[in-house]
Design a protein around this ligand. Structure first.
Ligand SMILES: [Zn+2]
Length: 251
């Protein structure tokens, strides 16, 4: 039964991943999410339902548009696969429990931000707002008031921590170090895992981002590295590996 649900969560994940591709692509371009339906960016051919099956359509069509034979970026089915895997692992880790919702929200946010921030260097405010509100409602509906409230305060606290880091960074590097979107993102992280793990996510994300930044910096000093995906990647790692605040404090 568990295997059955895991596969189901994987399939759900790929469907959501396909939608998150649309969100990550359209919101930064100020396009509507629903109208028009998906189309080929090259020939504008409107995609039929059988051209919209996550991963499978890409494989069956050999990675090309059915009409104009233009290559479809591998990036899209990769994001669908990633989202499917994250959903499946979330279910394997938490089963049908409250924390599953937290894991699914963080995973979804990660996929959207990978699409929008790596492609356009933008994290749409609408997405951060939607995810944060959804998470706050989830906390207040499922948890005692004082617990939910302390998560909310963690969000506010981490928001200001990140704001402080930005001010410091701007002074040190004499240029914009972090974007406003990264600061708002930190609010979500705080509501998701609390203060201690939130602070740890800043540390973890810089460790993950460091090697990549060095490579990009050596290629060109003007390369801009989006930080948002790394914060959310660190968050998802913390959630899925069930890292507890005690472990962090112990270290
Ligand atoms: Zn086409």
């Amino acid at each position: 039964m568990k295997l059955y649900y895991t596969i189901l969560f994987f399939i759900f994940g790929t469907v959501f991943g396909s939608f998150f591709n649309v969100v990550g692509y359209r919101l930064p371009n100020n396009l509507s999410l629903v109208k028009p339906g998906s189309f080929c960016p090259n020939c504008k051919h409107r995609l039929k339902w059988y051209e919209l099956i996550p991963i499978l359509s890409f494989v069956i069509q050999g990675g090309k548009c059915r009409k104009c034979k233009q290559k479809i970026a591998l990036f899209y089915p990769l994001m669908e696969t990633l989202c499917g895997l994250l959903f499946a692992v979330s279910f394997l880790t938490f089963g049908f429990s409250k924390e599953l919702v937290n894991a699914l929200l963080a995973s979804s946010f990660l996929v959207i931000v990978i699409v929008s921030d790596t492609k356009y260097l933008i994290i749409p405010d609408e997405v951060t707002l939607f995810m944060s509100v959804a998470l706050i409602i989830f906390r207040f509906v499922t948890q005692p008031l004082n617990e939910a409230f302390s998560y909310l305060l963690s969000g506010v606290f981490l928001f200001f921590v990140m704001y402080g880091i930005m001010l410091l960074g701007n002074k040190m590097f004499k240029k914009e170090s972090l974007g406003g979107a990264d600061i708002k993102l930190m609010f979500f992280v705080g509501v998701s895992v609390g203060t201690i793990l939130g602070l740890f996510s800043i540390f973890l994300s810089s460790i993950i981002a460091l090697p990549l930044s060095l490579v990009l910096y050596m290629k060109s000093k003007d390369n801009v590295i989006p930080y948002g995906p790394f914060i959310l990647l660190a968050l998802v790692i913390i959630i899925l590996f069930k890292i507890s605040p005690d472990v962090i404090l112990g270290i």
